[in-house]
Design a binder for this molecule. Structure first.
Ligand SMILES: [Zn+2]
Ligand SMILES: [Zn+2]
Length: 428
């Protein structure tokens, strides 16, 4: 795959936007790390960022490439999950000096987010040496952080270089490979949500970026079995797809083309897990399972003859938000007050657009076929239900939308069905 045609140039698009991705280098191949030293001209003071696990995988090789340019290194303790919270941010901020001119992160989601965030705070470029094909944030704008116990997305630039050694990726823990596949399968749901938001709310939409992601997803969807066997070419294709969807987010300037209702459910499981100190799956695995759930919601909506909006009981809603989001509830309520969507007249919108909405939903792969795709890579809905339980999955379907001010199928489900739904996580 030739990334050069996607990077570093402004693309004036028929959608009215000018798309641009400032990443300078994407190298996805065997032994990619050996090319790092060739990309360091002009940099003299490099801070290396890793955790104990990723450092063990390729820390020494990366450090050898940096050589005498190494100024400092941060190796986070690898116990449990590293969380991109205030203390992780402070540790990296302290390690970066006034002389630092580049950060090189080794890792995947969290290390990438920390470098991305500090990079944009301090005006520093960063390179990421990828250790797993686990999510699509390598090339995207925006860092997912946990601030005050709340999952937040902060605007940032992108990495300057993405270096992915396919032998390293192949040997990543299986759940990280499954996670990357899940993040890609989630695009079926988010692309449908994007078109849905264009239809109902007239949201900005780019057909070219939409089709670019859709084709990328179609390349990967059939690779589940090969990924399960860690087939090198398939791992490479998956990583390329993850980088492509990241580039698409850079093109649009936010995560809309890669994150919809399925990501809101995933965030719900992460946030409530952090708040309640309960375990939760890796991002892309949550996304994978949530993609089946949001498709079941569309299927339930398709059984309605006409859209009839329910009345809104604000007191009851606030009680539920407090029950689920505890210390973060105030932030959630404020976010929705600002968005103002509970006060909108959805009825006339939905009545007008009902036939088109039905047609849009009917174009989705069925929840059963999505579930089969997950099975090919060794993921099963049983595991998902065991982890979270029916009640929590139902709460996610009804209240995950409140974590964001992004319009998706979850709002329609809330307006027309909500907690009264016959939705059940084993209805498929
Ligand atoms: Zn994702
Ligand atoms: Zn466009």
């Amino acid at each position: 795959m030739d990334f050069n045609k996607l990077l570093g140039k402004k693309i004036v698009c028929r959608c009215g936007m000018t798309h641009y991705c400032p990443i300078r280098h994407v190298i996805i191949e065997k032994n990619a790390i050996s090319k790092l030293s060739g990309l360091l001209d002009g940099y003299q003071n490099v801070v290396l960022v890793a955790d104990e696990n990723t450092y063990a995988v390729c820390g020494h090789r990366t450090e050898a490439q940096i050589g005498a340019r190494l100024e400092n290194k941060v190796v986070y303790s690898g116990e449990g999950f590293l969380i991109p919270d205030e203390s992780s941010i402070t540790a990296l901020n302290t390690a970066v000096s006034g002389k630092t001119d580049l950060m090189v992160g080794i890792g995947s989601g969290v290390i990438n987010d920390l470098c991305k965030y500090i990079g944009s705070q301090r005006g520093l470029p960063y390179y990421i040496v990828a250790t797993a094909p686990s999510m699509d944030g390598y090339a995207s704008v925006g860092a997912a952080l946990v601030i005050g116990g709340m999952k937040v997305n902060r605007p940032t630039g992108t990495a300057e270089a993405i270096i992915a050694d396919t032998e390293v990726l192949r040997n990543a823990p299986l759940e990280m490979i499954q996670s990357g596949y899940g993040d890609i399968i989630g695009k079926y749901s988010c692309l449908n949500d994007w078109k849905f938001a264009r239809l109902v709310r007239g949201e900005a939409f780019c057909p070219w970026v939409h089709d670019f992601i859709q084709e990328t997803v179609q390349h990967v969807a059939g690779l589940g079995k090969k990924l399960l066997k860690r087939d090198g070419e398939s791992i490479k294709t998956l990583m390329e797809a993850l980088v492509c969807t990241g580039i698409a987010m850079s093109y649009i300037g936010n995560s809309r083309p890669a994150s919809g209702s399925e990501h809101h459910l995933s965030h719900f499981f992460e946030i409530t897990g952090i708040l309640d100190k309960k375990p939760y799956f890796l991002h892309g695995r949550n996304v994978a399972y949530s993609t089946v759930i949001t498709q079941r919601l569309r299927e339930e909506l398709l059984t309605l003859d006409n859209p009839v909006c329910r009345s809104f009981d604000r007191d009851k809603w606030e009680r539920e938000i407090h029950r689920l989001y505890t210390t973060a509830a105030r932030n959630v309520i404020d976010l929705q007050r600002k968005a103002g969507w509970y006060e909108l007249d959805w009825q006339s919108l939905y009545t007008d657009k009902w036939a088109e909405i039905q047609e849009l939903f009917a174009g989705m792969p069925s929840s059963v076929s999505l579930e089969h795709l997950l099975n090919t890579v060794g993921l099963s809905m049983d595991e998902f239900i065991r982890e979270y339980g029916e009640a929590k999955i139902r709460d996610a379907a009804v209240y995950a939308k409140d974590l964001k001010n992004r319009y998706t199928v979850l709002w329609l489900y809330w307006s027309l069905i909500g907690e009264d739904g016959r939705f059940s996580s084993d209805s498929g």
